[in-house]
Design a protein around this ligand. Sequence first.
Ligand code: SF4
Length: 484
Amino acid sequence: MAKFRGPLAFQAPSAEWQLLPFRFERINGKVLVTNLVGEHLFLSAEDFDQLARNELPTDSPLVRRLRAKHVIREGADELPVELLAIKSRTRYRRLAEFTSLHIFVASLRCEHSCPYCQVSRQSSDKGAFDMTWETAALGLESAFRSPSQNIKIEFQGGEPLLNFELIEEVVAAAEVRNASEGKNLGFVIATNLALLDDRVIDFCRAHDVYISTSLDGPADLHNKNRPRPGKNSWELATAGIQRVREELGVDRVSALMTTTRSSLGRVREIIDTYVELGLTSMFLRTLSPYGFAIKTKSFDAYDVDHWLPFYEEGLDYIIELNARGVPMVEQYAALILKKMLTNDDPGYVDLTSPSGIGIGAIVYNYDGDVYASDEGRMLAEMGDKKFRLGNLHQDSYEEIMLSDALLAPLEESFAPSAPMCQDCAFETYCGSDPTYHYATTGDFVGRKPTSGFCRRNMAIFKLLLDRYEGDAGTRALFQTWAGH
Ligand code: SF4
């Protein structure tokens, strides 16, 4: 006896309409249906059963909705297939654009000693942990080899302002080089702002440099998370944010937060701190399972089940603030909504498949080692160099970009062919994150039923769809976040 029924058994009984590829998920008594490019609609269980059994009457209004969402097509109509192909190409167009974010680790030194930090070093020995100009020049050469028309150079640390001379040199050299290259060139300094002074402000003004900083919430929480001599990290960070906003422009600085165990239960206070500073965007982030976060057991301090109520309360509070006329965007939601509600892919490394490691963002460490992602560098600081692609001093651009260390995780983790992801209704909204799965399970794919990455994302996808479908005001807000 045949194990599987033949293809004819799956064909529509009439030529009036045919199924196109789709995936589904049962949520709260309804069925979410997503097409090949992530356009979605909810069906009742009865309607879905009729669809699955090919029993929907041709004159049903639902047939029109399903055709509009490219879940079915009429007869042998080729147009829906062509439209799906165009939309798929649009979603994947970043692959041709290739690496746009180039992270230069200017120095590993830092005057903070945050317990969950993955990479910083307390050291007065400049030579040991600062990037040299020779290394930076090779990094610049690599950045300009990228075919991407958009090149963003981001300086990270440690605290990159401890090696500010190098930042000045790299920016000047990149601008000279770009006079003939003609790329869209941008610069970001990721700094705790403790060392912000007139020289840095003047430089950022002259060269259009953006500032990215850290702000964990109210003073007591931030200072507990980020100890430094003087115990005044929050005071310096908030004064720095205000100064940049006043002297360079309100859009010249953004802040990121890290959620520690102490943050749980305080999400409203955290958001209020951002609002009081006049910031209109924040990123409710979870702690990453890398580096000292694991070493100091900070990562074990809470799991995704503790973090999700924190996120849900925060998202609802942000929705409420917007309804009261206080503008605030939750960036993780905005990234997902862009994927959910448009055919664009913002290219956020954790939410892309193929993963964005190496091909969306790449890291040049202070010593010339090249990593596929910042998380890969953090893992290396723990002694595991799985994501080290080579060294700027020893390997060519081709050897780095075609290394097995990059190609293997990209290929193996590709979500449309990964167990569970390939059938998941949320696959087009999600990512593959080989670094996370390698760090937690030892392989690039991981086991999705027990993956914290999967659990967190799936819960957020459902949460966003619930709020989007449930209220017209939230729907309009989410469409704005998605860039409609
Ligand atoms: S990781 Fe989980 S949520 Fe994401 S596509 Fe895979 S199965 Fe779906």
